[in-house]
Design a protein around this ligand. Structure first.
Ligand code: ADP
Ligand code: MG
Length: 405
């Protein structure tokens, strides 16, 4: 095991600065190592220290995490306004890279878990969406793809209202660009595919080149999950995931994507001029199923925890989701309008064509976020291209970047 053994009151020391961190509790454990709640003896407050596994690939990726969060904090969010975790320190302790972050609270997965099978209120979802989008705007400006957005990587920063959340875990993040593609593939194999399947975009699944739009897909999956209380695509395999996407969204990825993707033939047969998804060894031409066929197919699926969705189509899933029992008629009427806005919002995020998927800035102007009345499907303002800021990254002291630039 390449994890450092941590016990209560053991001390992690930054030998250069002489800062000492006393381990008090465990906050989490992941593929990359452990996160401990520690007492900073110098500043006399609690912090979170991520102790990375003692393995060259993790060490290198850890340095990249440091460089990325540091850059996002300093250059793009100096006043801590955009919901990205703050990095405080990093050092090597007994051959383990340790990264000190501000201490945050529970993650969004833990927040919805006790509410099963119901999700959060639309008010809270709107508030969280806005905050995550602000973080995504900053990341896009910085040319950073998070690559692992999921409820476990979004943490509540204070428990007082209004709730503030922050995006954490840039341990899979990369710079937008070609190098990212090949390197992350290798790295993810090493990390035994920590990337949660449920939030993976169609272009990644199909082995197509990708960009920051993959984070918007994951974001859409998260928002749907916050509403439903369970994952939108609780897939048991990659094949199952693709099938669920196609059913729920009522369309398959565009031919242009299927044509260029490396893994298309693992899922599709090329018939004539179109692509048909293979099903149990038989090629079936793609079509949208009827209501009865949906129900029959759903009834054969294993139940997700206790909840079994009655509907598969996104619109039906959200419109027919049970209303809270203590809601008045007026509240239900209001919520039904908000649900229409939510579906329209999700449609732009869960767009199968990454080229047409909304950018964070475009999504920020959606009526679901602004609170305006949605009278017709939202047409986002066109995105003006921004100047790439790669040159803003300082690489001198960071061996990790050499690999990327
Ligand atoms: P990994 O890359 O292994 O997933 P993360 O950075 O996501 O590591 O941390 C793993 C878990 O540790 C998180 O899901 C969260 O529950 C907890 N955690 C991480 N950072 C913090 C923090 N700053 N404050 C509180 N808990 C944290
Ligand atoms: Mg994580």
């Amino acid at each position: 095991n390449s994890d450092l053994i941590l016990y209560t009151d053991c001390v992690l020391v930054n030998l250069e600065s002489k800062r000492r961190y006393v381990v008090k509790d465990m906050l989490g454990q992941g593929t990359f190592g452990q996160v401990a709640k520690c007492w900073n003896m110098e500043t006399k407050n609690y912090v979170a220290v991520k102790v990375i596994k003692n393995h060259p690939a993790y060490y290198r990726q850890g340095l990249i995490e440091v460089a990325i969060v540091d850059m996002l904090n300093q250059k793009f969010d100096p006043d801590d306004q955009y919901h990205i975790v703050r990095i405080l320190d990093h050092f090597v302790h007994q051959n383990h890279l340790c990264i000190t972050f501000e201490l945050l609270g529970s993650n969004l997965f833990e927040l919805i878990k006790p509410k099963h099978p119901r999700g959060l209120s639309l008010n809270n979802i709107q508030m969280f969406s806005q905050q995550i989008l602000q973080a995504l705007v900053v990341m896009k400006d910085a040319g950073i793809i998070h690559c692992d957005l999921k409820p476990e990587n979004i943490l509540v920063s204070s428990s007082v209202q209004p709730l503030i959340i922050k995006v954490i875990d840039f341990g899979s993040a990369c710079l937008e660009g070609k190098t990212c593609y090949t390197y992350i593939q290798v790295f993810h194999i090493l990390a035994s595919l920590s990337w949660s399947r449920h939030y993976r975009s169609p272009e990644v699944l199909l082995g197509h080149q990708y960009n920051a739009a993959i984070d918007m897909w994951s974001f859409g999956c998260i928002i749907a999950e916050l509403f439903l209380g369970v994952p939108l695509f609780p897939a048991v395999s990659e094949y199952d995931l693709l099938k669920r996407m196609i059913e729920t969204l009522g369309a398959q990825p565009p031919d242009s994507l299927l044509r260029d993707a490396k893994k298309t033939n693992q899922f599709f047969k090329h018939v004539g001029s179109t692509y048909c998804m293979e099903s149990e060894g038989v090629t079936t031409a793609f079509r949208v199923l009827t209501e009865e066929e949906y129900e029959e197919r759903e009834s054969k699926r294993p139940a997700i925890g206790k909840l079994k969705f009655k509907y598969v189509k996104l619109e039906d899933l959200i419109a027919n989701y049970p209303y809270s029992k203590n809601m008045s008629k007026e509240e239900i009427r209001k919520e039904s309008f908000s649900r229409v806005a939510l579906v329209d919002f999700l449609r732009g995020l869960l767009e199968l064509d990454p080229e047409r998927r909304w950018s964070p800035l475009q999504a920020l102007h959606h009526p679901f976020i602004t609170g305006e009345l949605l009278t017709c499907p939202y047409e986002p303002p066109s995105e003006t291209r921004r100047k790439p800021i790669f040159d803003a990254v300082t690489v001198d002291h960071n061996p990790g970047w050499g690999h990327w630039l």
